[in-house]
Design a protein around this ligand. Sequence first.
Ligand code: ZN
Length: 1003
Amino acid sequence: MFLPLALLALAVQEPAGPGPHAPYWQQQVAYRIDASLDEPSGVLSGREAITYVNRSPDTLTTFSLHLYLNAFRPGSRWADADSVEHNRRFNDLKDPDFAFNHVRDVRIMGQAVTASYPFAPDSTIVRFDLPRPLLPGDSMSVDMGWDARPSTTPRRQGRRGRRFDFAQWYPKVVVYDRYGWEEHPVYPAGEFYGEFGSFVVSLDVPEDQVVGSTGVAVCGDPGWERANRDPSRPVEYQRDFYGVTAAQLGVDCAAKAAGRKTIVWYARDVHHFAMSLNPDYRYEGGRFNEVAVHVLYQPGDEKTWGGGVAVKRTETALAWLDQLYGKFAWPQITNVHRIEGGGTEFPMMIHDGSADQGLIVHELGHNYTMGILANNEWREGFLDEGFTSFQSTWFMETMGRAGGYQNTEAGILGLDLDGLSQPTSLVSEAYRDFTTYNIMIYSRGELFYHQLRYIVGDDTMRRILRTFYDRWKLKHVDENAFKAVAEEVSHRDLSTFFGQWLHNVVLYDYAVGRVHRNLAADGKWHTRVEVIRLAPGRIPVEVAAIAGADTAVVRAQGLADREWVELVTARAPGTIVIDPRVRTHDWNMLNNTRALGFQPLSLVFGPGRAPDVYLDTYLSGRSRRDRKTLGLAPAVWYNDVGGLTLGVRAREDYLGRFEQNRLLLSAGTGATNPAGATDVKDVDFDLRLRNPVWLRSPGMTQTLDAFRVEGRTGARLGIDRVSREHFGFGPVWTNGVSLSWVSTQKFAYLDPRAWDNAGTVEGELHTGVTTRSGRWNLSARTSLGGGLSYANPGPGAMTEFRYDVQGYFRGTFEAIAKRTFGRSLNLGLRLYGGAALAKDTVVRQRRIFLAGADPYEELHNPFTRSRGSLFRQDDVQYHLPGGGNLRGYDPTTSALSALALNIDLERIVVSRPRARLFRQVGIAAFGDFALADGAFSRTPTSTAPRFAGDAGVGLRATHRLGGTQFVTRFDMPLYVGFEYLAHDQQPGKHVAWRWTFSFQPPF
Ligand SMILES: [Zn+2]
């Protein structure tokens, strides 16, 4: 009985937590800061007095401050989180480049207190014990001195010469809310949560500085008039906005020394205070209703920011946000061109890397969702980044730039399907990496609001936003606050929706079930449709009955496994479509359409929606969200046996990942065959079925090949799985298994140097990995396989010593390392090993090929696979990479075992990233070396291992046409060790002018 009693005692001692309807409260803070900037050292030194009123129902015994700038120095949690992701920034900074914020002489309630750092060695949080408890309703004073320095590597803050972006620069009161003190070290992900308060900031700086800031300057010269580029527009200081004078605040703006000036800033109802300084700032002003707009830009920005461009865009953003949420809470907004790219938001201030309209709408939007609707960014970042990303996309939509939702939805769907998404409401540092955090908080978070807008409709969504703003402005908000408003305004229970989108990752899939339509007595068609829910996700789903111009749409609730809806149309409906506007995040839309009555196309394509058929140019395939695509392309090639061969290729796709089926039908015409060649006029097929929707599995690729191509027949079943632990860093693994059968039928097509007249049944396991290490891109792949080969015995082949059927083993290993030195020197190294073993010798097509791809790797390549193919003509030396990759050697050269090393050094001499042809041109030097068993040398007595090698120079160019990037490579293997095995025959010469070309990089 002891234990339960003890637990009970503990439970009784727990302070009673606030109930779901606990009254809202927030602490009250007033800052008074006097700071002086020493430009040469980059240090801002100050004194800070805080008046703190405990509005909470709790008695406080400690007090905590954020010292954010300590994140941008070695040893911080931020710096360590960066290093874990192979992104070394602040851990490598030396004095005086790193940032800091030190406090000294801290007195609370008039008594000296000592600092403790609960997350040491991270010092972004400092905590003090109070000299005596602070009761609910009581207030206290906190005084301290401090020094602060931004880092020279900018991140949200920074300094460069005389430019200073001051963000999170002063000791800032930690929020005390219903969870207690929100002591949270700064990580790269999630940052803002602040206690609302008032700020009096007296700033002593060199006289020529131009300063932008949160708040208004009650006295002193921010330097705008001198920097003003539009003299017709006088600077609006709004010194009297708050109705308090410098004297009433107990400050004055007398210069502290010659060549210096003092500016006193004042702000109310803000939870952060930012500044930016640059003596070269240009100023332009504007206004939206009562809100003054200040823009500070850099020399050289005259076209991109100046001439009213940035002012106009800031005003446009304010107008959009004003009608979306409500009246801006503050007197002004200052938009500055900061040191770093990107953008960061602060109350009354945005630090932007460009004057892009989308960026301004995003960052200014944060003044609402973060600044005014003050969420806890590291706990619920979707209320911050997701929210403002959503309104930015909506803004773009009103500007006629649609597609934002569609692109985001499709991208997130891919991650959901691969099991790589994480719930949208995790604490920021709980995401598996920074990239995942960004995608889930910004993009998946954005989708949450789009889905809500779809569920409740545009008008209700607008009312939700305005009600939320009206009720919660200048307060701390959370999911519950937003949900309560959304439910109240929409009159809907949204708990399922919030649970699914914020706390879970689920797939959605609705399908058309049974359909009954009949002409009722009222003369109208009544169509009953069964909506089947096939995935866990539940969302209201639109069902449309399309009857020519008369289309009816109803909504199914989407909750039950099966649900019936009824639609009424004047004419007989021809098609039923579920989710016609593609808004439910339904992953499989191939089951969303049902054609009714006789549909001629359904005889070809089945009962669903007919695919989007297009003429395929080979360069870019087409992919659609709501249906399959079918690309048709003519094909033509040549070889010496089938002659001119004509074909047609069909390829299907859904979502760029499913139903990637391909069929190539071809027929040799025998035309233009060389005299005396065997003339074979076969009709061939090459079929690939890949990733049917019914086999959906995260990261998996399933492939079934069946073919009869130019004298070979076969089939292959393969399954591969790609897995990764992180985005942006760490290894990506591919593991797979395959079973294949290949048989030779018409040997006339085959080059006897590479093929025996034999078939194989082979199983293979393979595993591969790619990763980065420092500046190296690394990859490795190994395969272990084996099976049975069966020879089709020819005359004289039948001896008692020869096996018609024998087992064999085949294993390969490949490792590639590539890196760039400086900007234009690329080094590539490749190590390859392979062995093909059997009691008797292994059939030729399964040996280890020394010069490039082996015969099975080129089965589906009509330009190389047969005798006299276009790229296998006598005077055409085409290199298909693979095997030992001795690029100067004849592609039929093979051995039973080999170890090879390839080296490629390339200097980029032309780089034109936007060009289509010759985007990049490089000159290269290369060498290929192999140690192989002597069989490759084609001297029958030689079995001892021998070295083979080549070396030369080359020319490469990269091109991009449509969606296809490809390479043209021209290599000159000037030296070839076994000159009689050279691809480009120069009898008797080791060193000679030789060439080979390729459409692929060397490896
Ligand atoms: Zn943002």
